[in-house]
Write a protein that binds this ligand. Structure first.
Ligand SMILES: Cc1cc2nc3c(=O)[nH]c(=O)nc-3n(C[C@H](O)[C@H](O)[C@H](O)COP(=O)(O)OP(=O)(O)OC[C@H]3O[C@@H](n4cnc5c(N)ncnc54)[C@H](O)[C@@H]3O)c2cc1C
Length: 366
């Protein structure tokens, strides 16, 4: 047997929501890939989403989702979400046998309310497609070389024609997302926007512990409301939490309002104002705001504008959305767009190499 010495078409760094969707998309396009995951198992963060129930998308149009996400993220993710809207995300899971439950507000969960069932869909796809998966294998460096990249792990190196960095944000580091991808991006010349907490609680003296399903939270600046979200509000020992509060924290972080806003909660127990309460730390946040700067990544392909062949997807990018299935949708959609464009490019280059170039006869040639 002769042994071929060739690079893998695509190395996917990170086996979370984005990396797994990328692997699934690569498999269906017959694009050779390998998934390299830092932790012993795939999808650790997905397993803890929505308290282990996984609100994986929302039954709304891509346009509605983009409007809820807002700028500057919406313009960047538009192509990705329009190409892979929530209906297609749900359809993909349904086609793989996942039974889906729809909440009155449109949020979609597995009917079992078990996030593990969503992760199993990916596990099954990888196994059936014989997609190589290296777990317990942190990538420590990515170096461009002639004909691709050397992807260094702690124990060996891989040679890949293209690399997709899908290493997530910086929250809940025990799930494996510790900021490595932002480090790789920086070392390859990318700007990385400062990472901070999004979708988190506020520390303040809350009245006695209580949870309200129907309440509202607003952020006010100079007495004017800059946003208002209806939904769950919870008074905790350390402050306030709940979906409506989390969405307000995202607005505070995105608009740099720290120290200059009022958080107002309207609850069945009355209205409560808190002056510039402190946000809970990034390590406890649902999403990271900040990451690989969007100006240096092509939104049509997710390819780096600085290093050809390098791609990004998911929370490693400076993208985030409100609660309600938006963040997983963004991870899935950006990953799929990256693989679509890689696969288009590889089939174009293989067509080019198969078609002999047409050569005009020169004078005197037979
Ligand atoms: C408590 C909680 C609840 C949430 N609930 C929801 C929800 O219900 N709905 C929703 O839409 N979103 C939810 N989110 C957000 C959502 O989980 C994330 O936005 C999403 O998982 C991001 O996907 P990702 O693939 O970019 O990153 P991740 O899912 O974090 O995956 C990144 C992967 O990369 C791996 N990795 C990192 N560094 C390396 C390295 N050097 N080498 C190899 N592998 C590496 C990590 O181990 C990890 O497996 C929740 C988040 C949290 C924390």
């Amino acid at each position: 047997m002769s042994i071929k010495h060739e690079p893998v078409e695509l190395a996917i760094v990170g086996g979370g929501a984005a990396g797994l969707m990328a692997a699934a998309a690569a498999r269906s396009r017959r694009l050779g890939c390998v998934v390299v995951e830092r932790k012993a198992r795939i999808g650790s963060k997905m397993l803890m989403t929505a308290n282990g129930r996984c609100n994986f998308t929302k039954d709304v149009s891509a346009q509605r989702m983009l409007a809820d996400i807002g700028e500057p993220v919406a313009s960047f993710v538009r192509q990705a979400l329009e190409a892979f809207p929530p209906s297609a995300i749900a359809g993909g899971f349904r086609a793989r046998g996942l039974r889906i439950k729809r909440m009155a507000d449109g949020r979609l969960f597995p009917s079992s309310e078990k996030a593990a069932d969503v992760v199993h869909v990916f596990g099954d796809l990888l196994r059936e497609g014989e997609v190589p998966l290296l777990s317990n294998c942190p990538v420590v460096g990515i170096q461009p070389v002639k004909n691709g990249f050397i992807v260094a792990t702690r124990h060996f190196t891989l040679w890949a024609r293209r690399v997709l960095v899908a290493t997530g944000g910086l929250s809940f580091p025990k799930t494996g997302s510790v900021g490595d991808g932002q480090g790789f991006a920086r070392s390859l010349g990318h700007r990385v926007e400062p990472c901070r907490a999004g979708l988190t609680g506020f520390e303040c003296m809350a009245p006695s512990a209580a949870r309200f399903e129907r309440a509202a939270a607003s952020v006010l600046v100079g007495g004017e409301a800059v946003c208002r979200y209806e939904g769950e509000v919870e008074f905790e020992r350390w402050g306030v939490s709940g979906a409506a509060v989390y969405n307000c924290s995202r607005v505070v972080a995105r608009r740099n309002l720290e120290g200059a806003f009022t958080l107002r909660l309207d609850t069945p127990q009355g209205a409560f104002d808190f002056q510039s309460p402190k946000m809970r730390p990034l390590k406890e946040a649902i999403v990271t705001i900040g990451g690989v700067s969007l100006g240096e990544v092509d939104p049509h392909t997710m390819q780096s504008r600085i290093v050809p062949g390098l791609y990004f997807a998911g929370e490693v990018l400076d993208i985030d959305g409100p609660t309600g299935g938006y963040n997983l949708s963004l991870a899935f959609a950006t990953a799929r767009l990256a693989v679509e464009s890689i696969s288009r490019e590889t089939s174009y280059s293989s067509q080019k190499s198969q078609t002999p170039p047409v050569r005009r006869r020169g004078k005197g040639e037979a």
